[in-house]
Every structure is written in C-alpha cells, then in structure tokens.
Design a protein. Sequence first.
Length: 200
Amino acid sequence: MKNNKTIDELKIEVESCSRCKLSTTRKKIVFGEGSSTPSIMFIGEGPGKNEDLQGRPFIGRSGELLTRIIVNGMGISRDEVFITNIVKCRPTVDMKMIKDRAPDPSELKACTPFLLEQLEILKPKVIVTLGSPATKFILKTTIGITKMRGIWGEYMGIPVMPTFHPSYVLRNGGDKSPLKKNVWEDIKKVMILLNMEIPE
C-alpha cells in the first residue's frame, strides 16, 4: 500500500502514541529531524535523557560527536540529513528514567512501524545504522555491529552502511578511540557512493 502521508502528518500521529509502556514514562516523543528529502538517514537506538527532555534526537554527548562527523567530516549540515531512532521514546532500566537500555522486543514491535513509514516517506538514498539494535532491525540479522560495520547491506533497495553508535565510541576512548577512525572509514564509503567530496 502506498503511503500518502507527509512526514509532518506522521509526526503528529506519533506524538500521541501509546502503543507501548515507554509512553507512560516519556517526557517527549523524539520523532527525528532533518531534511524531508534526505540523501542520508541516520538511525540510532533510542532517545537518551537530553533527547527525552527536548524531543530532539542526538543532542547529548553522542549527538555532539555525530554532529561533528556530519558537519566537520562530511561538510554538510544536520538539516541536510535525517536523524532518528528505531524507537521514539526513551527506554530505561526498570522504567526508572535513570539508566538507558536497548529497546526490548515488545517496544520494537510497537514502534518500528513508525520508522518503516519514515523510510517510505523520506526515501533516503543511503541509510547509516548506528549500533547493533538499529543494524539488526534494518538488516534483519542477529550478527553484532563489530562484525557488520563497514560492510554494505540493503533495505528495500536502499544501501545500508552499519557503523558504531557514537555513544559506544565515547565509552571506549572518544576522540582518541580507534573506533572513531572506524566510523570515519564507514562514513567515507557513504560519501563515495553519493559522489561527495572527501576532505583531505
């Protein structure tokens, strides 16, 4: 069935969602943001504390790292890509809103149809999955991100580049981490595919 919704109409629908238990603890839905005609769609795991408070994706420390990759590395603005997560509300341990966790199967089942609608409406040229949960969902795999990163996959004809989640890079050395170099190598593959100029 063809999706005739606009991305704004879908956002309004998502904002009143109560499909899973995360709706009972969230401050704000984090729908995603960026271009309505993006070349690249970045998909992470789920909102963290800052994102839940402000309703925007990737605005904490990991968001700062992602923004630097996009702006300084790729030479474009965040407005030119679309950034979202596989779930739109913050998953936390024991629902206490203290420690973040990966989304559970019931949350994924409830929320990922929204992500699939986003993909159908936005039709990005390339998908970049950030971390294991997003990669496993989009590529329908059980293999972890360490083995999957840097290897092209495909979702509905769209090339998919899996790479490490910025928060994983930060937890393992941050700017000094070799993982940051791995992420940049993966991003360069995306840039080559899209005929983007790679800075020296």
